[in-house]
Design a binder for this molecule. Sequence first.
Ligand SMILES: [Zn+2]
Length: 89
Amino acid sequence: MSSLADTLEKLKKLDDERAKLLESSKSALLNSIKDNLAALSDLGFDYDLVASGSAPRARSSKSAAKPSGRVCSICGQSGHNSRTCPKKK
Ligand SMILES: [Zn+2]
């Protein structure tokens, strides 16, 4: 009969084993992916392998939302400037 301590010890060993298996599987997979990426690169396709946790931040939407062009200094409308303002006579 195994005591609780024995069971916990076994579970811990299984966890260690699991972590080792995961780690070795992961590095094997990563190596084959890197090989494939290198093959793609040879064909002229450039891809970067990025772990999702370290993905670069999406570009800030502020710059994309920024209105293009200036506003007219006379009437405050965009699309023209003070020189071509229709309100200027
Ligand atoms: Zn104007």
